[in-house]
Design a protein around this ligand. Structure first.
Ligand code: CDM
Ligand code: ATP
Length: 288
């Protein structure tokens, strides 16, 4: 039985940061074996879902020129609808805050929030494991957003080991350049030979294997990192272009953001052990 609900539900699709990112090798299918630490930020896109009893799916709002069929929100909704043979549809409105191609996982997070929300709203009742198995078809980063917990990822990024981290504050800077994930992962100069971690790793000592190549290809990323490093330990996230500096208080992070050169954009947010999408979804369905 489905539980149709016509009241709109708004959920966040949070940003992720890769607190380190190691590339251990390349598989025959072209995908890379990774070790990376994912955390979520209390900052992201907003998605508003309104269920309808027709099977059509619409995506409106800040679609930024992405064709409906290419939008990861639409792809996620269709995938779930087909997988569950669901007769309902949805109107989905997007408020985009996350820079596209920024390394903060905006597209993957939008897809995961869509799967999480419609799974509940359409009454599909898939487990998180089943949703993650569907989600990985849309992108290697989707399962971590479905899992919803700070985690070390292995494999292509889909094998997750939940961990606890103390809360930090981050100043995230987008240096205006769009970096194609595919371009970085197919580049001959990418470092792909970092050995697997030993048990006693410390986040602060570990870097991002994509950083040297992206800095070479995108001078603005190098400049943004140099600028952030004046204030605090800083790294690039994912395949860039966003870079982040870590602080123990919000005030310290805001002080740095206030001095951001005008040519760049940025935001301050705290980390969250549990994805804010899960927190909001759990609160909504407990209230019902
Ligand atoms: C680099 C990270 O952002 C770290 O969080 C992700 O692993 C990328 O995840 P994503 O954007 O969801 O990646 P996908 O959309 O699946 O793939 C984008 C491109 O990156 C390459 N790719 C991705 C993940 C991975 N482990 N190895 C890869 O080589 C894929 O071949 C593809 O050409
Ligand atoms: N809803 C969406 N939001 C953002 N990008 C989307 C969306 N749907 C499709 N895309 C496509 O996905 C591409 C990657 O977008 P995204 O913002 O996830 O990159 P990213 O932050 O670098 O991701 P990652 O860190 O996972 O590599 C975009 O360039 C865009 O063409």
């Amino acid at each position: 039985m489905t539980h149709a609900s016509t009241a709109p539900l708004t959920l966040i699709a949070p940003a992720k940061l890769n607190l380190f990112l190691h590339i251990n090798g390349r598989r025959k299918d072209g995908y890379h074996e990774l070790e990376t630490l994912f955390t979520f930020l209390e900052f992201g896109d907003d998605l508003t879902f309104t269920v309808n009893n027709e099977p059509n799916i619409t995506v409106t709002g800040d679609t930024n020129g992405i064709e409906l069929a290419d939008n990861l929100i639409y792809k996620a909704a269709r995938l779930l609808q087909q997988h569950c043979d669901c007769q309902q549809g949805a109107s989905i409105k997007l408020l985009k805050r996350l820079p596209m191609g920024g390394g903060v996982g905006g597209g993957s997070s939008d897809a995961a929030t869509t799967l999480l929300a419609l799974n509940k709203l359409w009454g599909c009742d898939l487990s998180l494991t089943e949703l993650a198995q569907l989600g990985v078809k849309l992108g290697a980063d989707v399962p971590v957003f479905i899992n919803g917990h700070t985690a070390i990822a292995h494999g292509i990024g889909e094998q997750l080991e939940n961990i606890e981290l103390p809360q930090s504050w981050f100043c995230v800077v987008h240096p205006g350049q769009h970096v194609s994930t595919a371009k970085i992962f197919t580049h001959p100069d990418l470092k792909r030979d970092t050995p697997k971690l030993k048990a006693d790793w410390q986040t602060e000592n570990l870097g991002n294997d994509c950083e040297a190549l992206v800095k070479k290809l995108c001078p603005e990323v190098e400049k943004a990192l140099q600028w952030l490093l004046k204030y605090a330990p800083s790294k690039m996230t994912g395949t860039g272009a966003c870079c982040f500096a870590e602080f123990s208080t919000e005030a310290q992070a805001q002080q740095v953001l206030a001095q951001l050169p005008e040519k760049w954009t940025g935001f301050v947010a705290s980390s969250a052990t549990l994805s804010p999408a899960h927190t909001a979804l759990n609160a909504h369905f407990e209230m019902k």
